[in-house]
Design a protein around this ligand. Structure first.
Ligand code: SF4
Ligand code: SF4
Length: 95
């Protein structure tokens, strides 16, 4: 089982409160705000953590993706990118 699957399993066993805290922690580590693809619409909607929450509700012009350098990628064992356009890690894995 890869790291992401282990983390997903771990999160399934967490209480709603623990899950919420984990999401908040990851959100605080998200570096999307520094990405060239991140736009004013996303900022206005306070969107972040697309790897967990999925595609942006905004029109997005794909420029680059800095997700591979984000600490959440390493911590959660993520293996994809462009989550704001392509959807969550789970969705991109076909889960
Ligand atoms: S991997 Fe990308 S979407 Fe997920 S928290 Fe990091 S920068 Fe944000
Ligand atoms: S998900 Fe990737 S492409 Fe989208 S804003 Fe975050 S770092 Fe940039």
């Amino acid at each position: 089982m890869d790291k992401f699957m282990e983390m997903a399993k771990k999160m399934e066993q967490m209480s709603p409160e623990e899950k919420k805290q984990m999401m908040q922690k990851n959100r605080s580590m998200c570096i999307c705000g520094r990405c060239p693809t991140y736009n004013s619409c996303m900022k206005g909607k306070n969107e972040l953590l697309f790897c967990s929450t999925g595609k942006s509700a905004c029109a997005v012009d794909m420029k680059a993706c800095i997700c591979p350098t984000c600490p959440v990628t390493n911590m959660m064992g993520l293996s994809h990118a462009y989550y704001c356009i392509k959807g969550t890690e789970k969705e991109q894995r076909g889960m």
